[in-house]
Write a protein that binds this ligand. Structure first.
Ligand code: PMP
Length: 407
């Protein structure tokens, strides 16, 4: 592991070192997409200039190199989330596709009329809508695990919600809208006692904390590369072997078959059964390099750094009049969702941009969270380990400008 200082680490992210007008960029939209370190950018370039070809097809040198790079990335993913086997790690185009894969390939086969699926009150649309469509198609019922005004799931409510018809519980590990870290192991244990499978949306967890899918006993675990210092266009679905093997295929075509005739086709073993067509090889290789980078710093060190940034920012927010934080769970990832009295979040975002501060404003693809908290939208600052106190100071100072303009 490297002993690099945070300043040296920040220097490795080229995109951060630019100005927005006269202001240095303060990039605080990491929950939407994080940035790539130079080492991962270099890896993309090296792959594209020296190794690129299609995977698993050719006997020639380049195809072998591309296949080696692709397979190596799968093993890095396995190690990163501590899956039992790399075959249980399926490459998708992103977490959205990972969840849809389960809704189609597992849901269409195993969910029927009168069955129930539970989603939590703080899910991203990606972990609601696929289940809603499935329920509509099958005549199944979608139920909601509620949360408190503070943005904390009411886990005990599961005791009443879970019943013999509950086939699946879909829950996020960390809320993208509020930052709440959910007690996933406890939730999974309750679901399993009821023979209910659990689909965990790990998008906001894998970049920020140690994830061990075996220790959690997760049945399915989904995440995206672009939120963890990798490129867009790649995501992962982890699933337990026994479940994946019993599922229908998802997309159909080349690479996912064992044999095809006009009468009948048989399917390849996992993970290939779920990887039809040419995968996003470049992005997969880039994700592997991003994982190497995160591990070179150490995920625990990253978590501690981000917690410190969160505490610093939360204390600064407390000094601001007319600013309210939404989501005040005791266990939070480095996300601050907030409102400024009398100012629409989009106006906040636009004014902040004029001072170089990049945040997100809107419903964060979690409209039911907004409805539950009685707000149309929030402004959201989300931190990564490469942020520093100057970024947060820039945010606080730009918020003072917002208040000057509107009061
Ligand atoms: N779930 C959560 C919690 C997210 O934050 C996101 C991305 N905003 C997604 C799912 C969807 O990820 P993607 O857009 O990469 O498919």
């Amino acid at each position: 592991r490297s002993k690099m200082s945070w300043e040296e680490i920040r220097a490795q992210f080229p995109v951060l070192h630019q100005n927005v007008g006269a202001h240095p960029l303060a990039y605080l939209d990491n929950a939407a997409s994080s940035q790539m370190p130079q080492s991962a950018i270099d890896r993309l370039m090296a792959y594209q200039t020296g190794e690129h070809s299609n995977v698993h097809r050719g006997v020639h040198m380049l195809s072998q190199r591309a296949t080696d790079a692709f397979d190596a990335a799968r093993e890095k993913v396995r190690r990163f989330i501590n899956a039992g086997e790399s075959d249980e790690c399926i490459f998708t185009r992103g977490a959205t596709e990972s969840i849809n894969l389960v809704a189609y390939a597992w849901g269409r086969k195993f969910v029927g009329e009168g069955d129930e699926i539970i989603v939590s009150a703080m899910e991203h649309h990606a972990n609601i809508v696929p289940w809603q469509i499935l329920c509509q198609e099958k005549g199944a019922r979608l139920r909601v695990l509620p949360m408190t005004d503070q943005g904390v799931l009411i886990v005990d409510a599961l005791d009443k919600l879970l019943n013999e018809r509950t086939k699946l519980l879909a829950v996020t590990h960390v809320s993208n809208a509020l930052g709440t870290i959910n007690p996933i192991a406890e939730i999974i244990e309750k679901a399993h006692k009821n023979n209910t499978l659990v689909m965990v949306d790990g998008c906001q967890a894998t970049p920020h904390m140690k994830v061990d899918v075996q220790a959690l006993d997760a049945d399915f675990y989904a995440f995206s590369g672009h939120k963890m210092c990798g490129p867009t266009g790649v995501g992962v679905l982890y699933g337990k072997r026994a479940l994946l093997e019993r599922m229908n295929p998802f997309l159909a075509g080349g690479d996912m078959i064992r044999s095809v005739s006009f009468e009948k086709s048989t399917y390849a073993p996992i993970p290939h059964k779920f990887e039809a067509g040419t995968p996003a090889i470049l992005a997969v290789v880039g994700l592997g390099a991003a994982i190497d980078y995160l591990e070179s710093i150490g995920i625990e060190r990253i978590a501690a750094r981000e917690h410190e940034l969160l505490e610093y920012a939360t204390a600064k927010f407390a000094e601001l009049d007319g600013v309210r934080i939404l989501g005040t769970a005791a266990h939070k990832a480095a996300v601050i969702s907030f409102e400024v009295e009398g100012v629409h979040p989009h106006d906040i975002g636009t004014i902040l941009d004029t001072e170089g501060v990049a945040i997100r404003a809107g419903h964060h693809c979690a409209q039911p969270v907004m409805t539950r908290l009685g707000v149309p939208a929030t402004a959201r600052a989300s931190f990564s380990f490469y942020n520093n106190r100057q970024d947060i100071d820039a945010l606080i100072s730009a918020l003072a400008t917002v208040k000057e303009i509107f009061h």
